[in-house]
Design a protein around this ligand. Structure first.
Ligand SMILES: Nc1nc2c(ncn2[C@@H]2O[C@H](COP(=O)(O)OP(=O)(O)OP(=O)(O)O)[C@@H](O)[C@H]2O)c(=O)[nH]1
Length: 336
Protein backbone atom coordinates (compact mmCIF):
# COMPACT_ATOMS: atom_id res chain seq x y z
CA UNK A 1 0.00 0.00 0.00
CA UNK A 2 1.35 3.42 -0.76
CA UNK A 3 0.06 6.90 -0.70
CA UNK A 4 0.12 9.09 -3.71
CA UNK A 5 -0.62 12.70 -3.35
CA UNK A 6 -2.91 13.63 -6.18
CA UNK A 7 -3.48 17.28 -5.66
CA UNK A 8 -2.51 19.86 -3.15
CA UNK A 9 -3.71 23.37 -2.82
CA UNK A 10 -0.95 25.86 -3.04
CA UNK A 11 -1.86 27.57 0.17
CA UNK A 12 -4.26 26.97 2.96
CA UNK A 13 -5.60 29.88 4.90
CA UNK A 14 -5.94 28.86 8.46
CA UNK A 15 -7.22 30.66 11.49
CA UNK A 16 -4.04 31.96 13.00
CA UNK A 17 -2.04 28.80 12.83
CA UNK A 18 -1.87 25.19 11.85
CA UNK A 19 -4.85 22.88 12.27
CA UNK A 20 -5.48 21.88 15.85
CA UNK A 21 -6.24 18.26 15.09
CA UNK A 22 -8.00 15.86 12.84
CA UNK A 23 -10.86 13.40 12.75
CA UNK A 24 -11.14 10.36 10.54
CA UNK A 25 -14.41 9.47 8.86
CA UNK A 26 -15.03 6.29 6.88
CA UNK A 27 -17.35 6.53 3.88
CA UNK A 28 -18.75 3.09 3.16
CA UNK A 29 -21.49 1.37 1.18
CA UNK A 30 -21.90 -0.97 -1.75
CA UNK A 31 -20.10 -0.41 -5.02
CA UNK A 32 -21.71 2.23 -7.19
CA UNK A 33 -23.89 3.91 -4.58
CA UNK A 34 -22.02 7.16 -5.14
CA UNK A 35 -19.50 7.40 -2.30
CA UNK A 36 -16.76 8.94 -4.42
CA UNK A 37 -19.26 11.34 -5.94
CA UNK A 38 -20.43 12.39 -2.50
CA UNK A 39 -16.94 12.83 -1.12
CA UNK A 40 -16.04 14.95 -4.14
CA UNK A 41 -19.14 17.05 -3.54
CA UNK A 42 -18.37 17.49 0.15
CA UNK A 43 -14.74 18.39 -0.41
CA UNK A 44 -14.86 20.30 -3.68
CA UNK A 45 -18.43 21.57 -3.58
CA UNK A 46 -19.18 20.30 -7.06
CA UNK A 47 -20.26 17.11 -8.77
CA UNK A 48 -17.90 14.83 -10.60
CA UNK A 49 -18.78 13.73 -14.11
CA UNK A 50 -17.40 10.26 -14.40
CA UNK A 51 -15.92 9.03 -11.15
CA UNK A 52 -13.58 6.13 -11.60
CA UNK A 53 -14.07 3.07 -9.50
CA UNK A 54 -12.21 3.39 -6.23
CA UNK A 55 -9.21 1.13 -5.94
CA UNK A 56 -9.01 -0.04 -2.36
CA UNK A 57 -9.51 3.30 -0.73
CA UNK A 58 -8.99 6.94 -1.51
CA UNK A 59 -8.62 9.63 1.10
CA UNK A 60 -9.67 13.23 0.77
CA UNK A 61 -8.91 15.78 3.40
CA UNK A 62 -10.94 18.86 4.01
CA UNK A 63 -10.79 21.26 6.87
CA UNK A 64 -13.45 22.99 8.85
CA UNK A 65 -13.47 25.50 11.62
CA UNK A 66 -14.66 24.87 15.12
CA UNK A 67 -15.23 27.43 17.85
CA UNK A 68 -16.29 31.00 18.07
CA UNK A 69 -14.69 33.50 15.69
CA UNK A 70 -15.37 36.34 18.11
CA UNK A 71 -13.37 34.89 20.98
CA UNK A 72 -9.97 36.31 21.69
CA UNK A 73 -6.98 34.05 21.65
CA UNK A 74 -6.39 34.92 25.30
CA UNK A 75 -9.76 33.60 26.26
CA UNK A 76 -9.31 31.21 29.13
CA UNK A 77 -12.22 29.22 27.81
CA UNK A 78 -10.12 28.50 24.75
CA UNK A 79 -13.11 28.68 22.48
CA UNK A 80 -11.54 30.71 19.71
CA UNK A 81 -12.08 29.49 16.19
CA UNK A 82 -9.71 26.72 15.20
CA UNK A 83 -9.19 24.64 12.13
CA UNK A 84 -9.38 20.90 12.05
CA UNK A 85 -8.71 18.40 9.35
CA UNK A 86 -11.44 15.98 8.41
CA UNK A 87 -10.16 12.89 6.65
CA UNK A 88 -12.72 11.19 4.43
CA UNK A 89 -11.72 7.60 3.77
CA UNK A 90 -13.69 6.50 0.74
CA UNK A 91 -13.66 2.71 0.91
CA UNK A 92 -14.23 0.80 -2.31
CA UNK A 93 -17.47 -1.14 -2.22
CA UNK A 94 -16.24 -3.66 -4.74
CA UNK A 95 -16.19 -7.30 -3.64
CA UNK A 96 -12.62 -7.53 -4.86
CA UNK A 97 -11.46 -5.64 -1.79
CA UNK A 98 -13.71 -7.29 0.73
CA UNK A 99 -10.95 -9.32 2.31
CA UNK A 100 -8.46 -6.53 2.66
CA UNK A 101 -10.46 -3.38 3.19
CA UNK A 102 -10.33 -3.70 6.96
CA UNK A 103 -6.76 -2.44 6.56
CA UNK A 104 -8.34 0.96 6.31
CA UNK A 105 -10.54 0.68 9.40
CA UNK A 106 -8.06 2.31 11.70
CA UNK A 107 -8.68 4.86 14.43
CA UNK A 108 -12.08 5.83 13.17
CA UNK A 109 -13.95 8.78 14.63
CA UNK A 110 -17.13 8.44 12.62
CA UNK A 111 -18.75 6.69 9.68
CA UNK A 112 -20.85 7.90 6.74
CA UNK A 113 -22.96 5.04 5.39
CA UNK A 114 -24.14 5.56 1.83
CA UNK A 115 -26.84 3.66 -0.02
CA UNK A 116 -28.52 4.05 -3.37
CA UNK A 117 -32.17 4.99 -3.09
CA UNK A 118 -32.89 3.21 -6.35
CA UNK A 119 -31.31 -0.03 -5.14
CA UNK A 120 -33.02 -1.23 -2.01
CA UNK A 121 -30.49 -3.93 -1.26
CA UNK A 122 -27.73 -1.32 -0.87
CA UNK A 123 -29.47 -0.10 2.23
CA UNK A 124 -30.01 -3.60 3.55
CA UNK A 125 -26.32 -4.31 3.27
CA UNK A 126 -25.35 -1.38 5.48
CA UNK A 127 -25.91 -3.62 8.46
CA UNK A 128 -23.12 -5.86 7.17
CA UNK A 129 -20.87 -2.87 6.65
CA UNK A 130 -21.47 -1.72 10.21
CA UNK A 131 -20.78 -5.17 11.63
CA UNK A 132 -17.61 -5.53 9.56
CA UNK A 133 -16.25 -2.18 10.70
CA UNK A 134 -17.19 -2.86 14.31
CA UNK A 135 -15.52 -6.25 14.24
CA UNK A 136 -12.30 -5.31 12.50
CA UNK A 137 -11.79 -1.60 13.11
CA UNK A 138 -10.15 0.44 15.80
CA UNK A 139 -11.78 3.58 17.05
CA UNK A 140 -10.94 6.97 18.38
CA UNK A 141 -13.20 8.49 21.03
CA UNK A 142 -15.59 5.53 21.08
CA UNK A 143 -19.04 5.87 22.52
CA UNK A 144 -20.11 4.12 25.66
CA UNK A 145 -22.88 2.25 23.90
CA UNK A 146 -22.58 0.56 20.56
CA UNK A 147 -24.79 1.19 17.56
CA UNK A 148 -25.82 -1.08 14.68
CA UNK A 149 -23.60 -4.10 14.28
CA UNK A 150 -21.77 -3.04 17.43
CA UNK A 151 -20.37 0.11 15.82
CA UNK A 152 -18.99 2.26 18.64
CA UNK A 153 -18.70 5.64 16.91
CA UNK A 154 -21.26 8.13 15.58
CA UNK A 155 -22.50 7.72 12.06
CA UNK A 156 -24.89 9.17 9.53
CA UNK A 157 -26.75 7.42 6.74
CA UNK A 158 -27.08 9.06 3.32
CA UNK A 159 -29.52 7.81 0.73
CA UNK A 160 -27.93 8.94 -2.54
CA UNK A 161 -29.39 9.20 -6.06
CA UNK A 162 -32.61 10.74 -4.90
CA UNK A 163 -32.95 11.99 -8.47
CA UNK A 164 -33.64 8.46 -9.65
CA UNK A 165 -34.65 6.86 -6.37
CA UNK A 166 -38.08 5.40 -5.77
CA UNK A 167 -40.20 8.05 -4.15
CA UNK A 168 -41.35 7.27 -0.68
CA UNK A 169 -44.73 5.61 -0.78
CA UNK A 170 -44.35 4.64 -4.42
CA UNK A 171 -43.50 1.23 -5.67
CA UNK A 172 -41.32 1.69 -8.68
CA UNK A 173 -38.81 -0.68 -10.09
CA UNK A 174 -35.24 0.03 -9.21
CA UNK A 175 -33.87 -2.58 -11.52
CA UNK A 176 -32.87 -4.56 -8.48
CA UNK A 177 -33.95 -8.18 -8.82
CA UNK A 178 -35.58 -8.30 -5.41
CA UNK A 179 -37.64 -5.21 -6.17
CA UNK A 180 -38.63 -6.58 -9.56
CA UNK A 181 -39.63 -9.84 -7.90
CA UNK A 182 -41.64 -7.98 -5.32
CA UNK A 183 -43.52 -6.09 -8.00
CA UNK A 184 -44.23 -9.24 -9.95
CA UNK A 185 -45.53 -11.04 -6.85
CA UNK A 186 -47.72 -8.09 -5.98
CA UNK A 187 -49.13 -7.97 -9.50
CA UNK A 188 -50.07 -11.63 -9.18
CA UNK A 189 -52.00 -10.79 -6.03
CA UNK A 190 -49.87 -13.14 -4.02
CA UNK A 191 -48.97 -10.58 -1.44
CA UNK A 192 -50.89 -7.69 -0.01
CA UNK A 193 -49.37 -4.51 -1.38
CA UNK A 194 -47.92 -3.63 1.98
CA UNK A 195 -46.27 -6.99 2.41
CA UNK A 196 -42.52 -7.05 2.11
CA UNK A 197 -40.54 -9.81 0.60
CA UNK A 198 -37.99 -10.97 3.13
CA UNK A 199 -35.76 -7.96 3.16
CA UNK A 200 -33.93 -6.95 6.26
CA UNK A 201 -34.32 -3.26 6.65
CA UNK A 202 -33.04 -3.33 10.17
CA UNK A 203 -30.41 -0.66 9.67
CA UNK A 204 -31.61 2.55 11.25
CA UNK A 205 -33.70 4.03 8.56
CA UNK A 206 -35.60 6.93 9.98
CA UNK A 207 -32.90 9.49 10.41
CA UNK A 208 -30.94 9.45 7.22
CA UNK A 209 -30.10 12.22 4.85
CA UNK A 210 -30.79 12.13 1.16
CA UNK A 211 -28.58 13.43 -1.61
CA UNK A 212 -28.14 13.57 -5.34
CA UNK A 213 -24.39 13.79 -5.64
CA UNK A 214 -24.58 13.85 -9.40
CA UNK A 215 -26.66 17.00 -9.23
CA UNK A 216 -24.62 18.56 -6.45
CA UNK A 217 -27.48 18.28 -4.01
CA UNK A 218 -26.78 17.32 -0.44
CA UNK A 219 -27.37 18.53 3.06
CA UNK A 220 -24.16 20.38 3.62
CA UNK A 221 -25.24 21.78 6.94
CA UNK A 222 -25.92 18.36 8.39
CA UNK A 223 -22.60 17.01 7.15
CA UNK A 224 -20.65 19.91 8.63
CA UNK A 225 -22.44 19.54 11.92
CA UNK A 226 -21.63 15.87 11.91
CA UNK A 227 -17.94 16.67 11.39
CA UNK A 228 -18.01 19.27 14.13
CA UNK A 229 -19.68 16.84 16.45
CA UNK A 230 -16.85 14.39 15.83
CA UNK A 231 -14.29 17.11 16.52
CA UNK A 232 -16.08 18.06 19.69
CA UNK A 233 -16.20 14.46 20.83
CA UNK A 234 -12.56 13.88 20.16
CA UNK A 235 -11.07 17.11 21.40
CA UNK A 236 -13.55 18.82 23.67
CA UNK A 237 -15.66 16.13 25.22
CA UNK A 238 -14.11 15.65 28.66
CA UNK A 239 -17.12 17.07 30.38
CA UNK A 240 -19.60 17.23 27.58
CA UNK A 241 -22.45 14.97 26.68
CA UNK A 242 -21.94 13.14 23.45
CA UNK A 243 -24.45 12.22 20.84
CA UNK A 244 -25.67 8.92 19.56
CA UNK A 245 -27.13 8.96 16.08
CA UNK A 246 -28.51 5.48 16.34
CA UNK A 247 -30.70 6.23 19.32
CA UNK A 248 -34.37 6.83 18.70
CA UNK A 249 -34.77 10.11 16.93
CA UNK A 250 -36.23 12.86 19.04
CA UNK A 251 -38.50 15.18 17.19
CA UNK A 252 -37.96 18.54 18.72
CA UNK A 253 -38.04 22.04 17.36
CA UNK A 254 -34.89 23.15 15.64
CA UNK A 255 -32.47 24.87 17.93
CA UNK A 256 -29.72 26.96 16.53
CA UNK A 257 -26.26 26.16 17.73
CA UNK A 258 -25.05 28.92 20.00
CA UNK A 259 -21.59 27.47 20.15
CA UNK A 260 -20.55 27.43 16.58
CA UNK A 261 -20.78 30.51 14.52
CA UNK A 262 -19.46 30.80 11.04
CA UNK A 263 -20.48 32.02 7.65
CA UNK A 264 -21.72 28.56 6.89
CA UNK A 265 -24.07 28.60 9.83
CA UNK A 266 -25.56 31.86 8.69
CA UNK A 267 -25.68 30.66 5.11
CA UNK A 268 -27.75 27.66 6.06
CA UNK A 269 -29.92 29.20 8.72
CA UNK A 270 -32.72 29.70 6.27
CA UNK A 271 -32.39 26.38 4.56
CA UNK A 272 -33.35 24.13 7.40
CA UNK A 273 -36.02 21.59 6.81
CA UNK A 274 -38.55 22.15 9.55
CA UNK A 275 -40.45 19.29 11.08
CA UNK A 276 -38.47 16.40 9.67
CA UNK A 277 -35.48 16.17 11.88
CA UNK A 278 -33.06 13.62 13.00
CA UNK A 279 -32.01 14.56 16.46
CA UNK A 280 -28.95 13.09 18.03
CA UNK A 281 -29.60 11.81 21.49
CA UNK A 282 -27.33 12.67 24.30
CA UNK A 283 -25.29 10.03 26.06
CA UNK A 284 -22.68 10.23 28.79
CA UNK A 285 -19.32 11.24 27.38
CA UNK A 286 -16.12 9.35 27.23
CA UNK A 287 -13.22 11.55 28.22
CA UNK A 288 -10.90 12.24 25.34
CA UNK A 289 -8.08 10.73 27.37
CA UNK A 290 -9.83 7.39 27.26
CA UNK A 291 -9.50 7.20 23.52
CA UNK A 292 -7.65 4.42 21.98
CA UNK A 293 -4.42 5.50 20.40
CA UNK A 294 -5.55 8.42 18.29
CA UNK A 295 -4.70 8.85 14.64
CA UNK A 296 -1.36 10.53 14.17
CA UNK A 297 -2.07 14.17 14.67
CA UNK A 298 -0.15 16.67 12.68
CA UNK A 299 -0.05 19.21 15.43
CA UNK A 300 -0.46 18.85 19.18
CA UNK A 301 -3.83 19.90 20.53
CA UNK A 302 -4.40 22.34 23.31
CA UNK A 303 -6.97 21.29 25.88
CA UNK A 304 -10.03 23.46 25.57
CA UNK A 305 -13.49 23.50 26.96
CA UNK A 306 -16.59 24.81 25.30
CA UNK A 307 -20.25 24.91 26.15
CA UNK A 308 -22.26 21.99 24.95
CA UNK A 309 -24.29 22.09 21.81
CA UNK A 310 -27.05 19.81 20.71
CA UNK A 311 -27.18 19.18 17.05
CA UNK A 312 -30.25 18.93 14.95
CA UNK A 313 -29.83 17.15 11.69
CA UNK A 314 -32.42 17.94 9.03
CA UNK A 315 -33.24 14.79 7.17
CA UNK A 316 -34.10 16.30 3.87
CA UNK A 317 -32.72 19.61 2.83
CA UNK A 318 -31.35 19.57 -0.64
CA UNK A 319 -28.90 22.31 -1.34
CA UNK A 320 -27.79 23.85 -4.56
CA UNK A 321 -24.24 23.54 -5.71
CA UNK A 322 -22.24 25.89 -3.60
CA UNK A 323 -18.61 26.01 -2.88
CA UNK A 324 -17.90 24.99 0.66
CA UNK A 325 -16.28 28.13 1.88
CA UNK A 326 -14.21 26.56 4.59
CA UNK A 327 -13.04 23.65 2.56
CA UNK A 328 -9.40 23.44 1.65
CA UNK A 329 -8.79 20.09 0.18
CA UNK A 330 -5.98 17.72 -0.37
CA UNK A 331 -6.50 14.43 -2.03
CA UNK A 332 -4.56 11.31 -1.58
CA UNK A 333 -5.01 7.99 -3.23
CA UNK A 334 -4.16 4.75 -1.65
CA UNK A 335 -3.45 1.85 -3.88
CA UNK A 336 -3.35 -1.63 -2.59
N1 LIG B 1 -28.32 9.35 -11.05
C1 LIG B 1 -27.32 9.50 -10.17
N2 LIG B 1 -26.16 8.89 -10.37
C2 LIG B 1 -25.17 9.07 -9.45
C3 LIG B 1 -25.35 9.88 -8.32
N3 LIG B 1 -24.23 9.85 -7.59
C4 LIG B 1 -23.37 9.07 -8.26
N4 LIG B 1 -23.93 8.60 -9.38
C5 LIG B 1 -23.32 7.72 -10.39
O1 LIG B 1 -23.16 6.43 -9.82
C6 LIG B 1 -21.99 5.83 -10.37
C7 LIG B 1 -21.10 5.35 -9.24
O2 LIG B 1 -20.65 6.47 -8.52
P1 LIG B 1 -19.36 6.42 -7.58
O3 LIG B 1 -19.28 7.71 -6.87
O4 LIG B 1 -18.17 6.00 -8.33
O5 LIG B 1 -19.78 5.23 -6.61
P2 LIG B 1 -18.92 4.53 -5.45
O6 LIG B 1 -19.86 4.23 -4.36
O7 LIG B 1 -17.75 5.38 -5.09
O8 LIG B 1 -18.42 3.20 -6.16
P3 LIG B 1 -17.15 2.27 -5.80
O9 LIG B 1 -15.92 3.08 -6.04
O10 LIG B 1 -17.26 1.10 -6.73
O11 LIG B 1 -17.28 1.84 -4.37
C8 LIG B 1 -21.31 6.88 -11.26
O12 LIG B 1 -21.68 6.65 -12.59
C9 LIG B 1 -21.93 8.18 -10.78
O13 LIG B 1 -21.97 9.18 -11.78
C10 LIG B 1 -26.62 10.54 -8.14
O14 LIG B 1 -26.88 11.26 -7.19
N5 LIG B 1 -27.56 10.30 -9.10
Amino acid sequence: MFWREKARESSVELNGGPPSGQVRVLVVGDSGVGKTSLVHLIVKGSSVNRPSQTIGCSVDVTHITYGSPSSSSNNVEGDKERDFFVELWDISGHERYKDCRSLFYSQINGVIFVHDLSQRRTKTSLQGWAAEIAATGTFSAPLASAGPGGLPVPFIVIGNKVDIGVKEGMRGSSGNLVDVARQWVEKQGLLPSSEELPLTESFPGNGGLVAAAKESRFDKEAIIKFFRMLIRRRYFSDSLPVTSPWSSPLHQPITQSDEITSEEDHLYQNSRSVGDLHKYNVLPPLPAQRNLTPPPTLYPQQPMSTPDTKYNIPRFALMGSQEISSVRSKRYDINV
